[in-house]
Design a protein around this ligand. Structure first.
Ligand code: NAP
Length: 307
């Protein structure tokens, strides 16, 4: 286990395997990618885990993997854009483990790459509903539970473009700008409490979100640089998961409102050096596999709601 992010706690005598002992963590989008890595990392730190995503069989497979590794884990199919399902997830966690101490709003989507008006409206709105409404739903359900027990940590996933805007990625980046502002306002509301509200940008992570993408027809080639950028700068999900462990741990007690971004400058310098060396030795960088699915552009005025 990488101990860089929680060294102060280890120095104070707390074992990494006991950082979250007795804690219960709910992780949305925990069936794969970063969410699963966070679930595994929290479990290794002693937490009981509840994961959720929309697909029951992937939730079941992830729970099986977690329990096979010795974790206390449970899961529920849940679409975070539906408040009743998010409430059912919280109820499930409380019924199974008695309480909730950590809630990670990790479930996230991106829309096809391309001009905003050419993206099918259901695809665009799906991102808004998952990234924004889903974060709202998870946040209020978690905070209601935390307020009642006077403790708890909420971690909301930020992402690329969360402080600005990026053309052709409008749904994703504008949703993450919203998540950042929403999280800051929420943190301010609970500033003087024992609860922690945090924003977490994991940096570039090699997951399906990066490697299985959609693009409006004609814009596919603009995505090709991702192969190189991800190979050069992308981290395995375990790296930001360690930072998420630090955020959930007692190290952040009293630090509500932190907006944390994973930066790994040492790793980046090392990759630049090995890439240059590889070129000299005629061993080019192995690019990330990228699977681009084309989406037909919406070329004429189409109603957003058909019924
Ligand atoms: N990868 C990166 O480089 C990167 C960078 C910055 C931020 N992030 C953020 O990190 C988070 C995780 O991303 P990732 O890279 O791990 O993505 P991923 O590999 O695509 O995994 C996304 C997870 O979210 C679930 N999900 C999607 N929509 C959902 C919904 N409506 N309700 C419930 N679950 C849903 C997916 O499962 P189902 O499809 O089965 O529902 C899956 O478990 C996201 O918030 C993303 O924006 C990622």
């Amino acid at each position: 286990m990488d101990t860089r992010f929680h060294q102060p706690l280890i120095n104070s005598g707390v074992k990494v395997s006991e950082l979250l002992k007795g804690k219960v963590a709910v992780i949305t989008g925990g069936s794969r990618g970063l969410g699963l890595a966070i679930a595994q990392t929290y479990a290794r730190a002693g937490a009981s885990i509840v994961i959720a995503s929309r697909t029951q069989n992937t939730v079941d497979a992830a729970v099986k993997m977690l329990t096979a590794a010795g974790a206390q884990a449970s899961g529920l199919a849940c679409d975070v854009s539906v408040m009743a399902q998010v409430q059912a997830l919280a109820d499930h966690a409380i019924q199974t483990y008695g309480h909730i101490d950590i809630w990670v709003n990790n479930a996230g989507l991106s829309a096809p790459y391309g001009p905003t008006a050419q993206i099918p409206s259901p695809d665009f709105l799906n991102v808004i509903n998952t990234n924004m409404i889903g974060t709202y739903n998870g946040s209020v359900v978690a905070m209601r539970s935390f307020v009642a027990q006077k403790s708890g940590k909420l971690i909301n996933l930020l992402g690329r473009g969360d402080t600005g805007s990026i053309k052709y990625q409008n749904a994703y980046t504008s949703s993450k700008v919203w998540v950042r502002n929403f999280t800051k306002a929420l943190a301010a509301e609970y500033k003087d409490s024992a609860m922690g509200v945090f924003g977490f940008n994991p940096g570039l992570v090699r997951t399906e979100m990066l490697s299985q993408v959609h693009a409006v027809r004609g814009y596919e080639s603009k995505m090709n640089p991702i192969r190189f950028v991800a190979a050069l700068w992308g981290n395995a999900a375990e790296v930001p998961a360690e930072k998420a462990l630090w955020l959930a741990s007692p190290a952040t007690n009293g630090k509500s409102g932190l907006m944390v971004t994973v930066l790994t400058p040492g790793f980046m310098l090392q990759r630049i050096f090995t890439t240059l060396l590889g070129w000299l030795l005629r061993r080019p960088l192995e690019l990330m596999d990228l699977n681009i699915t084309s989406v037909n552009p919406v070329s004429q005025a189409a109603p957003i709601y058909l019924d």
